[in-house]
Design a binder for this molecule. Structure first.
Ligand SMILES: [Zn+2]
Length: 228
């Protein structure tokens, strides 16, 4: 990564976003979503993104430890080193204007399925919460590489989550909270799918059934007045 010369000036909203990234990363750890220092969190900014630094325990993070990376891949001067996965975070923001936040985990069951390169099919209607009728697994590439970034963007497509072969999972959203909640949803679905496969061959929902759920999810959780 090349270094830009100008130091970064922080605005109040920038500071609030840094604090929210730290809260999300610490919540990932304390809730057991991702072990140790694994995983990372980012949020889009006007000219690029803010992302957790590499190799630091989440419990020790301060707002100044969060790293700014510009959309062209350059970093602001005088910062910590960004997460080794900054390339795929940036590639997602470039490819998807709708994405405002990204949570990457090595959560247990999603990672276990990713290690057998398994797509999570429409075994449960909640798969549709990821914006499609299946959760694809991006092909393996060495962590931190452009190849991995391309693979993740392709597997994600227009959906909000994918697995990463022999690695973990990624969830995106229009807020950090939504990306975090979706990462938990993916982990829950992965554990349910793995358990169902132990019992037998899950009966998959049809494209028509999933399309009905996808349609209903467009208004799911929205508080609109109900006519009685
Ligand atoms: Zn990772």
């Amino acid at each position: 990564m090349s270094k830009a010369t100008k130091p970064h000036r922080r605005t109040p909203s920038d500071i609030a976003l840094r604090a929210e990234i730290i809260t999300t990363a610490q919540r990932m750890n304390s809730s057991g979503l991702t072990p140790g220092k694994s995983g990372n969190v980012s949020a889009r900014t006007e000219g690029g993104m803010l992302i957790t630094p590499t190799g630091m325990p989440y419990g020790e993070l301060k707002p100044s430890d969060i790293v700014t990376v510009r959309m062209d891949g350059t970093a602001m001067a005088g910062q910590r080193v960004p997460s080794s996965e900054w390339r795929f975070h940036l590639a997602i923001y470039r490819a998807r204007r709708d994405v405002q936040a990204i949570v990457h985990t090595h959560s247990l069951n999603a990672t276990a399925l990713a290690c057998i390169h398994r797509t999570i099919p429409a075994f449960h209607y909640m798969v549709a919460v990821t914006g499609g009728d299946r959760i694809l697994c991006a092909p393996y590439a060495t962590y931190g590489t452009e190849t991995l970034a391309k693979n993740v963007v392709r597997a994600l497509g227009q959906r909000r989550a994918c697995l990463i072969a022999n690695h973990g999972a990624v969830a995106v959203g229009d807020t950090l909270r939504k990306a975090y909640d979706l990462a938990w949803e993916v982990e829950t679905l992965a554990s349910q799918y793995a358990r169902a496969r132990q019992l037998g061959r899950p009966r998959l929902l049809s494209a028509r059934e999933m399309n009905q759920v996808l349609e209903k999810f467009k208004t799911y959780g929205k508080q609109t007045p109900v006519k009685l």
